[in-house]
Write a protein that binds this ligand. Structure first.
Ligand SMILES: [Zn+2]
Length: 298
């Protein structure tokens, strides 16, 4: 039931060397910001600058393209050359911006992962300008690896919000739900935020119980996926059902239903509209969970 090491979810696999030690050296960072080989990914309202047509490419600007007052967030090194991300109004002379969620599958996997990292990190910086402890202004540290409050000197680190996402199975069938928020006909694995004080396994069991009334026993980790909208980590699990009575809670889920492999197989990977129901696309970890289960049986 576990995937091979080669399974790589969309947004995983950022190829940049994150230069953990070097980024704390302010002189080195300043030199990188001025180096002629350094490039800058300038996001406008968290939209990604892209060019071309399937596949798309990221558009990297030069130092001259970056507004002077910007905060520079180091993404890492590409063959020794620095790559920064900046939140600004626009890259001068560039028109094409896109929502990463809409275009990720049209980017090469490496570029999608780098764009995901840039979006997640910049989103945090944009929203962490003031200290959550005392309300004082914060300043960027370690080339964007953290921020420090100028008033109380508290350090703050980029925030990641973990979500458990699980395919519940009972051997021959899997449990899929459709959300009250829609869209109509879309079925997927159940999912929910981890709560403080919970393990991953406990969160899986609680969420499945709350949303569907199904009791889960064994929980196994499958794989994970950064989900930068804005800062989730999707923790994918396979979960074994101990009971089979499923009833949607009517709050988050409108319907929760068991499906056989024979029912799911023709639908997975098909676009919305091809069947009365549709399932998540290959870019989603939910798709990979369902695929792993399909591959494990007839
Ligand atoms: Zn403070």
């Amino acid at each position: 039931m576990l995937p091979p090491m080669t399974v790589q979810n969309m947004f995983a696999g950022d190829p940049l060397d994150r230069a953990a030690a070097l980024r704390r050296d302010d002189d080195w960072v300043r030199a990188q910001m001025a180096a002629p080989t350094t490039r800058f990914l300038i996001l406008r309202d968290m939209l990604i600058p892209v060019t071309g047509e399937n596949p798309l490419s990221l558009v990297w600007g030069t130092r001259d393209d970056v507004p002077e007052a910007s905060e520079f967030v180091l993404l890492g090194l590409e063959e020794g050359e620095a790559r920064f991300a900046v939140a600004a109004d626009a890259t001068p002379g560039h028109e094409g911006y896109a929502d990463l969620r809409m275009i990720a599958s049209q980017l090469p996997a490496d570029a999608a992962a780098t764009a995901s990292y840039a979006r997640a990190l910049l989103s945090w910086h944009v929203n962490a300008q003031f200290c959550p402890r005392c309300g004082g202004p914060t300043v960027l540290r370690a080339a964007g690896g953290s921020r420090r409050c100028q008033q109380c000197e508290a350090s703050h680190h980029p925030r990641i919000e973990p979500v458990v996402i699980m395919l519940v199975t009972n051997g021959t069938r899997c449990l899929l739900g459709s959300r009250t928020a829609g869209p109509e006909g879309r079925y997927s694995t159940l999912a929910g935020f981890l709560e403080p004080g919970e393990t991953i396994e406990e969160a899986v069991r609680r969420e499945v119980w709350e949303e569907s009334g199904v009791v889960v026993g064994d929980v196994r980790y499958h794989s994970s996926q950064p989900w930068p909208f804005p800062s989730n980590l999707m923790i994918g699990c396979m979960a074994e059902a101990l009971t089979t009575d499923a009833e949607a809670d009517g709050d988050e889920l409108a319907d929760a239903r068991w499906f056989t492999r024979a029912e799911v197989r023709p639908i997975l990977g098909q676009p919305q509209g091809a069947f009365p129901i549709f399932l998540p696309p290959p870019t989603a970890i939910a798709h990979q969970l369902i695929k792993t289960w399909l591959d494990a049986g007839d």
